[in-house]
Design a protein around this ligand. Structure first.
Ligand code: ATP
Ligand code: MG
Length: 285
């Protein structure tokens, strides 16, 4: 029987969340001793633990069939792999930053200057698009100290809160692109492997749907039901059950997490009471 080899980061910002996602998909992985690979006892996959930089190459070569990594590494390595799905974690931006007292008026600032980065491919594309002749100094880490030690005039790096920039006396001046963790695969998987990958994708989608939605129960006067149904569309349509007290019903539905507080305010205004909201563990559409 076929087995799908999936590469995840061995240790770093992506490791825990990648394994958590597999766990949420009901896939057991035992990696107590942090070995190089682990086979799941209840799903036909083998997990390979690698450096994230190496994942695109291994997936292109078929050493791994699929992988989870930051989209930034996919762009940077520019290998022949298929990006299948955004995974919703490790969100960050890739930005240009300059010393905080620099007089920055636009990308032209970088003309004739030098920028230090670990992402020269992504950065060169940005400079090409802007017709800038900027030198790129490729270094593998601690990029943020480059201006202070006189190595470069600015940096191009991953930013999430901006606190690292601030500590190093830098300011973010251009967001070049945004990235998050993605699932990639080799473009030429066998039919059997593709089937396993599709099964995994289906589970990932169910977990993501669940995370983006809440289950809501409330009591409402019958006369408010038509209005409430308009703001609580549900998966098909909401469930409406009569309460023992005449003139009142219980309404059950699913709402999106991002619209949550708005919807609650509207429901209260329509006379809803006893509103209960719970997490959804899996959601199959
Ligand atoms: P490795 O040893 O595997 O090469 P690394 O040092 O290259 O690890 P990490 O720092 O663990 O990588 O980051 C892995 C990925 O996580 C990055 O490529 C990026 O997509 C994302 N990431 C990095 N920093 C942040 C951050 N501050 N906030 C959110 N996501 C981040
Ligand atoms: Mg890396």
């Amino acid at each position: 029987m076929s087995i799908l080899k999936i590469a995840v980061q061995k240790s770093g910002r992506l490791s825990e969340k990648s394994l958590q996602l597999l766990a949420d998909c009901g896939i057991k992985i035992s990696n107590g001793e942090r070995r190089l690979k682990a086979v799941s006892p209840n799903f036909p996959i083998e997990v390979l633990f690698l450096r994230d930089d190496d994942i695109p190459q291994y997936v292109e070569e078929g050493v791994a069939d699929a992988g989870m990594l930051g989209e930034n590494e996919v762009w940077e390595k520019d290998k022949n792999v298929t990006v299948i799905k955004k995974l919703g974690f490790a969100s960050c931006r890739l930005s240009l930053a300059v010393p905080k007292d620099a007089n920055y008026a636009g990308p032209q600032y970088f003309s004739g200057k030098k920028v230090a980065t670990s992402y020269p491919v992504i950065l060169q594309k940005f400079f090409d698009q802007n017709n800038l002749d900027t030198a790129i100094e490729t270094i593998s880490g601690s990029v943020e100290i480059a201006p202070a030690i006189g190595l470069a005039d600015g940096i191009f790096d991953i930013v999430s809160t901006g606190s690292t920039l601030q500590i190093n006396g830098l300011k973010e001046v251009e967001v070049v692109t945004k990235s998050e963790a993605v699932l990639i695969s080799n473009p030429n998987l066998s039919a059997e492997k593709q089937q396993i990958l599709d099964k995994l994708l289906f589970r990932i989608q169910s977990v993501k749907n669940a995370a983006e939605n809440k289950y809501i129960l409330l009591n409402a006067p019958d006369k408010a039901i038509p209005e409430i149904i308009k703001i609580l569309p549900g998966m098909k349509s909401p469930t409406v059950l009569p309460l023992a007290e005449a003139g009142w019903s219980s309404i059950h539905s699913v709402i999106r997490e991002d619209a949550f507080w708005d919807i609650i305010d509207q429901l209260k205004a329509l006379g809803a009471e006893g509103i209960l909201v719970t997490n959804v563990e899996k959601m199959i559409l």
